[in-house]
Design a protein around this ligand. Structure first.
Ligand SMILES: NC(=O)c1ccc[n+]([C@@H]2O[C@H](COP(=O)([O-])OP(=O)(O)OC[C@H]3O[C@@H](n4cnc5c(N)ncnc54)[C@H](OP(=O)(O)O)[C@@H]3O)[C@@H](O)[C@H]2O)c1
Length: 314
């Protein structure tokens, strides 16, 4: 038998519980991965609490999209992976589990230099950051403002934009400023008076904004700084973006991601694995909890008490 975290009603973290499930079976084109680490993302909690639209629950609902582990069983027709391969997983519902059957296009091989916890921390955060910056057309002439630059998405956004030659200003709590400086950003606090602080530190006018915070002040500051609304995007305030005249990449937006945007999200996984393996990118890992403590992991994430990516270990 395998183990999985599920919920049968929407609600607080307490609805998450561990159950035994039959060992997953690899259909044609799938492999079974023994999960070594699952990445905990805000969307997992937003779906659990139905803060994001979610269909009625008719059977135990699995949790988690990101993970890493070892290929254990090959389905028919699989020739690009072998039993024993270490892999990172993206966009595969049900990674809060001890094993999962997954289509191979959702996997990328993990080199020895990248740990399972790091592999599990890439899918959604790096995919979102990379796609958003590509959609915004960020290049070396830009001065980019990242709201919530210290978060999982924000840290990848800072690293990609710095690697592409942009100047990056990133908001964070003061205790995270050193980390952002090390990633190559100019850190500033996000409390009241944000607009003035951005203007004080910006070496040239801000040309593009990625909002990973979703606060009113983040949105108002962005609107005051950048006249071209096509160069302001939020990944949090999707439902309100149209009323501000800015772009949204999901985050509850009624506008679905385009095929190109989805392709960029997928492309980010192998690119990020390579950048981690070469030492050009880093990931800030947070607490590791046993799989059975998924509820505590969500409490920790939603309280904002932990820094770095929270990982569940089956
Ligand atoms: N649309 C999408 O496809 C998509 C994908 C991924 C994530 N998201 C959303 O994007 C948001 C960030 O995700 P994440 O995974 O990066 O979360 P995370 O790792 O939990 O980071 C959250 C960050 O928010 C910062 N923060 C807290 N209060 C803030 C405020 N008032 N102003 C500015 N920053 C503040 C925190 O900074 P300090 O720690 O420095 O205080 C923290 O670094 C979440 O709402 C998530 O649901 C959307």
């Amino acid at each position: 038998m395998a183990r999985a975290i599920v919920y049968t009603e929407f609600g607080s973290p307490a609805v998450l519980h561990e159950i035994e499930i039959p060992d997953p079976v690899a259909a044609r084109g799938d492999v079974v991965v023994r999960i070594e680490a699952a990445g905990v993302n805000p969307i997992d909690a937003k779906l659990r609490s139905r803060k994001r639209p979610s269909p009625d629950i008719t059977e135990p609902r699995p949790v988690g999209f990101d993970g890493a582990g070892v290929v254990e069983v090959l389905g028919e027709g699989v020739d690009d992976f072998a039993v024993g391969d270490r892999v990172a997983i993206r966009d595969a519902l049900g990674t809060y589990a001890s094993a999962l059957a997954i289509a191979t296009e959702k996997l990328v091989a993990l080199p020895d230099a990248v740990t399972a916890a790091e592999g599990a921390a890439i899918g959604i955060p790096a995919g979102t950051a990379y796609q958003a910056l590509r959609s915004l057309g960020v290049t070396d002439g830009d001065v980019l403002l990242v709201h919530a630059g210290s978060g999982s998405v924000g840290q990848f956004a800072v690293q990609f934009a710095v690697a592409w030659g942009a100047t990056v200003i990133a908001t964070a709590s003061p205790s995270r400023h050193e980390l952002l400086r090390e990633l190559g950003a100019i850190p500033i606090s996000y409390d009241a008076g944000l607009l003035e602080r951005v203007r004080d530190v910006a070496p040239a006018p801000v040309t593009v904004v990625l909002d990973c915070a979703g606060t009113d002040e983040a949105i108002e500051t962005s609107l005051a700084l950048v006249a071209d609304r096509d160069r302001i995007a939020t990944i949090v305030r999707g439902p309100d973006a149209a009323s501000f005249g800015i772009r949204a990449f999901s985050g509850g937006s009624p506008v679905p991601l385009t095929e190109e945007e989805l392709a960029w999200r997928a492309e980010a996984l192998p690119k990020t694995v390579e950048l981690l393996a070469s030492g050009d990118f880093t990931i800030e890992l947070g607490p590791e909890l046993p799989l059975a403590e998924a509820a505590q992991a969500h409490e920790l994430m939603e309280s904002g008490a932990a820094s770095g990516k929270i990982i569940l270990v089956p």
